[in-house]
Structures are given as structure tokens and as C-alpha cells.
Design a binder for this molecule. Structure first.
Ligand code: GUN
Length: 283
């Protein structure tokens, strides 16, 4: 029987641990504050932002919500980010993506102070990760490392194959698995013989954005499969990039969708907010 990795339970455990840390900071009169900026009213973004605010409230982090109209100019947004950079009572700044097309996302991310970049998207955070220095970690890949570790799955010396090379998941995932001494291969749309390469994996991380694309032909028997995808299937039920029912009896462990990787992203964002206090001391 495959282990179904319970991301809901693991994320809850992390949130409980963070709640205790926040309470300890509060007893020293240290309040952690996250500024959350949303531009426009994209319904999916509104759900994500709502969940982030709820998680803050649960853990004891103060959240400041900035809900800006779709027509906000790039300059106005950059000015708000700069103002929040300067505020000593704000520890983390999160600008929900995607932004409207008239705003340069890269420029906005670069404007966030690396000390407050709790998403881990700033080039300095990414660069620090790539050379093993301190900085914020991108939340989804950091959450995947936690899922593996807290499920007792060893990474050291394992063949790790990642399908997908995005800046948010694939690339930082590769660096984090490398840091844990995995042997890492990154596949993408131009990879030849994808099935053969994926089949080498002891740990297969799938982040390709194609619903139920990966079946057991891509997976070595007994591999661990991490599914980062999130889609609606033909019956409008949530599903991932992996065809769960096809592979579940073939793998040793797998994350379900929903309830696998998803809940971990917010838990790790909360972790970054708590770490922002420590990082500030260390910078
Ligand atoms: N949009 C989708 N996922 C994310 C995320 O993790 N952070 C931000 N800022 N925007 C997102």
C-alpha cells in the first residue's frame, strides 16, 4: 500500500509549531506583521489572499491588507512597496501574482526589500539559495522538502527528477533537492525520452500544469511521487498533473490533490514570516 502523504496534517503541525514561536515572540513584545497586496479582483487570487490572511490570524501574525483597484498604476504600486520597505513595523511584503498586464511583475518583485521578501521571489533570495547563503526560500518547493522529511523519506543520494522548470517551483526545487544531497535532473518541454528520464526517479516531482498527464508508464515501481498540479477534471473535481488512480498501487508514496502540496505553500509562507524576525537579526 502506498503512503498517501497528508499535506493537510503536516501543514497543520507546522502551523501549530509556528503558533508557539509567535506566542514566544509576543511575550517579548515582538509582533510579526505581513503586508498582503492584491491588485484587481482575480477570483483565484482573492481566494489565495483570503487563505493567507486566515492563516496569519490563526498563527498570531498581524496582516495588513491592501486591495488595490485593477487600474492602479505601476508607479503607485511601486510607491506602496517602497513605503512598506521603509516601515519598521512591517516584516514581510507579499504582492499576489499575477499582476495586471500593464504592471511589470519583475520590477515589482525586485523592488521588495530582500529582508521582507517572504515569497522568496526576489533575485537576491534566489541567488542566495543557489550559492547556499541565507535568504527566504520559495514556499512551494520548501513545503515539498518538509513533506518528504516529515514523512521519513530520505533525499540524500536519491535520484530526484523534476518535471517543470518554472522560477517558482521547478528551479528552486532543483536547488533545494541538491542542497539535501539528491542527484537532480530537471526535465522540461524539450526533454527527449521524458518517460525514460522520469523512470529513473526515486523521487519524482511533477509541476507541468497538464491535468493527469503522468501515468505509471513514467514512474519506476516504488518511487515517491510529488504532484504540484491543480486542475478540475471532467467531473469538476480537483485533480493534479498525475493520474492518481493509475499510479497509486505502483508507488511507495504519493501526495494527493487536493490535500498534498497545496496546504504546504501557505504553511511555509507563515514560516518565512516568522523567520523574517531571525533573518533581520542576521542580515
Ligand atoms: N500566485 C500564485 N501563487 C503565488 C504565490 O505563492 N505567491 C504570490 N505572491 N503570488 C502567487
Amino acid at each position: 500500500m502506498a503512503l498517501i502523504i497528508d499535506g493537510k496534517k503536516i501543514s497543520q503541525d507546522i502551523k501549530e509549531e509556528l503558533k508557539e514561536k509567535v506566542a514566544a515572540y509576543q511575550s517579548e513584545e515582538i509582533q510579526i506583521t505581513l503586508a498582503v497586496i492584491q491588485v484587481g479582483e482575480d477570483p483565484a487570487s482573492s481566494v489565495y489572499v483570503g487563505n493567507k490572511k486566515k492563516a496569519c490570524e490563526y498563527i498570531g501574525i498581524r496582516s495588513l491588507a491592501y486591495e488595490l483597484p485593477e487600474k492602479t498604476t505601476e508607479e503607485e504600486l511601486l510607491n506602496l512597496v517602497k513605503e512598506l520597505n521603509e516601515r519598521t513595523d512591517v516584516n514581510g511584503i507579499l504582492v499576489q501574482l499575477p499582476l495586471p498586464a500593464h504592471i511589470d511583475e519583475d520590477l515589482v518583485i525586485q523592488t521588495i526589500s530582500p529582508e521582507k521578501d517572504v515569497d522568496g521571489f526576489h533575485p537576491q533570495s534566489v541567488g542566495a539559495l543557489s550559492i547556499g547563503q541565507k535568504g527566504f526560500l520559495s514556499c512551494t518547493p520548501a513545503g515539498i522538502i518538509q513533506l518528504l522529511k516529515r514523512s521519513g523519506i530520505e533525499i540524500d543520494g536519491k535520484e530526484c527528477v523534476i518535471i517543470g522548470r518554472s522560477n517558482i517551483v521547478g528551479k528552486p526545487m532543483a536547488l533545494l533537492l541538491l542542497r539535501e544531497n539528491g542527484t537532480v535532473t530537471v526535465c522540461h518541454s524539450r526533454t527527449k525520452n521524458l518517460k525514460e528520464v522520469a523512470k529513473r526517479a526515486d523521487i519524482l516531482v511533477v509541476a507541468i500544469g497538464k491535468r493527469k498527464f503522468i501515468n505509471k508508464e513514467y514512474i519506476k515501481e516504488g518511487a515517491v511521487v510529488i504532484d504540484v498540479g491543480m486542475h478540475r477534471d471532467e467531473n469538476n473535481k480537483l485533480c493534479g498533473d498525475v493520474d492518481f488512480l493509475d499510479v497509486v498501487d505502483h508507488v511507495s508514496a504519493i501526495t494527493p490533490v487536493p490535500g498534498g502540496v497545496g496546504p504546504m505553500t501557505i504553511a511555509m509562507l507563515m514560516n518565512n514570516c516568522v523567520e523574517s524576525i531571525q533573518l533581520r537579526k542576521d542580515f
